[in-house]
Design a binder for this molecule. Structure first.
Ligand code: NAD
Length: 446
């Protein structure tokens, strides 16, 4: 059983990390955690085309000038100085970057999604096999104490078998407007469908919790709310000149013009960040556009139904118009119902008593966490370090093979949605066993 409170790693030589993409994830999350916490990793290099970001990263983490690069090719051409590369660049670059880095034999932590189409996801398994490196996917939720605790309840079978599971991704109205209306993930052609770019995480969690093979997928979804049809009368294209700027829920003036040095406020302007820089960014850039008149075309509400070969039905809902930015889960077992909220850190089992209105309530205690993934980011680093140095956590770590089913499900669910919610069978070649066999030879030969 994995302890929910994880100590720092045992003392071993540090593993040297090169961050590719010094944005929110590469800089603020991974490099930040590595510099502040005892993870076993050490920041030694950066690849970032934006000079101001690159310089800020260098200064912040003490990177030697010869280990900071403006392009991936320059880094790959330089003499080797790191052990593992964290790829934290935009979604559409993941495949090409992971391929190029693998060719140099580095191990990789690859931000999700693996790639933005299925052939590239599958091709990366071949790449890994050819170059005998190890590629891990940053499906951080699996490492969070919250989902670890849920998994332990399931695997212990103390509540009997799972009969149904429902996971809800409550994106939060402001988060959706920031990332999926105005931001980098607002168009399928430039990033991918939201079910892949946002929720490969969620499909991964469902698949990992339930286990076994998914036989079929159905999905409904559309972009319904953040469209021109819902713009208030007289709305301007930009908040700075809009007559509704004082009352609109999505006024960029009200949302971004503050001095909070945290995501999502501190990513709208290039460094050095300041209120003035943010004002210029919303006057001229994408984060000041009207949410009703943007270029967005990704779904703002989507439902997925998965049928496992064990007959378990799983439902997943992805919703823009929610108050909280959180995930909530409900699992029905033989003898109890489990409910939980990741953001609030609550996990409750209501044991049945056979009598109406009377349940035995069990609150599962979780350690306090501060990141948006319920502690998953830090624990990923610690568990990955232990895996790389001792081979521990082999069943948990988000290898390329074990992360692939979630991506297959996302692509098939999208196919279902686009074709009007038709039921799509999941081919046997995408069963976990078959996918694992793809990576088997590679693991044996390492
Ligand atoms: N695992 C998670 O929970 C999670 C959460 C959020 C985002 N993500 C994923 O992480 C990735 C990064 O997201 P982000 O929010 O940090 O984005 P970001 O835009 O803040 O950062 C991306 C950085 O990559 C840099 N970049 C662009 N092209 C590059 C290239 N060719 N070489 C090197 N650097 C390049 C950009 O200049 C930018 O600094 C995305 O794929 C995103 O989907 C994962």
């Amino acid at each position: 059983m994995t302890s929910l409170v994880m100590p720092g790693p045992a003392k071993q030589p540090p593993i040297r990390v090169v961050i590719v993409g010094a944005g929110a994830r590469g800089n603020r999350v991974f490099a930040g955690l590595i510099s502040r916490e005892d993870t076993g990793f050490v920041n030694v290099g950066v690849v970032e085309p934006n000079e101001a970001r690159r310089d800020a990263f260098r200064a912040r983490y003490g990177i030697r000038p010869e280990h900071a690069f403006g392009s991936l090719n320059d880094f790959l051409d330089a003499p080797r100085f790191g052990d593992i590369v964290f790829i934290c660049t935009p979604d559409v670059t993941h495949y090409a970057h992971a391929r190029a880095v693998s060719e140099k034999g580095y191990d990789i932590l690859l931000e999700k999604p693996i790639a933005t189409n299925l052939p590239d996801c599958l091709a990366l398994i071949d790449v890994q096999q050819t170059h005998r490196n190890q590629i891990f996917v940053a499906h951080v939720l699996r490492y969070s104490p919250f989902f670890q605790a849920v998994k332990e309840v399931i695997d212990s079978r103390r509540l009997g078998e799972i009969r149904a599971i429902d996971l809800q991704e409550n994106i939060g109205h402001w988060h959706y407007a920031h990332s999926y209306v105005r931001g980098n993930w607002n168009r399928e052609a430039t990033s991918g469908p939201i079910l892949l770019t946002k929720s490969s995480h969620d499909l991964d969690i469902i698949h990992w919790l339930v286990g076994g093979r998914v036989e079929s997928v159905v999905s409904y979804g559309n972009l319904d709310y953040f469209t021109e049809a819902n713009a208030p009368p007289g709305a301007a294209d930009r908040c700075v000149v809009c007559p509704h700027q004082d009352t609109c829920l999505y006024s960029a003036m009200h949302f971004y013009l503050n001095d909070r040095d945290e995501w999502p406020f501190n990513v709208v302007a290039p460094p050095p960040d300041s209120v003035e820089a943010r004002r210029k960014a919303i006057e001229e850039g994408p984060y000041g556009r009207c949410v009703w008149r943007s270029e967005n075309n990704t779904c703002d509400d989507q439902t997925v139904l998965l049928r496992f070969s064990s007959d378990i039905h799983a439902t997943f809902g992805l919703h823009a118009l929610t108050a909280e930015n959180s995930r909530s889960i409900r699992i029905l077992f033989d003898t109890a119902e489990l409910t939980g909220n990741l953001y609030r850190g609550t996990l409750t089992v209501s044991h049945f008593t056979g009598r109406p209105d009377e349940f035995r309530i069990e609150e599962i205690q979780l350690p306090g966490t501060s990141d948006s993934h319920g502690g998953g980011d830090l624990r990923l680093l610690r568990m990955l370090y232990e895996h790389l140095t001792t081979g521990a956590h082999a069943d948990l770590v988000t290898s390329l093979e074990s992360s692939l089913p979630s991506h297959v499900l996302a692509f098939l669910a999208e196919e279902s949605r686009r074709e009007g919610a038709v039921k799509i069978p999941v081919p046997e070649i995408f069963s976990p066993r078959a996918i694992d066999a793809l990576g088997h030879d590679a693991r044996l030969s390492r």
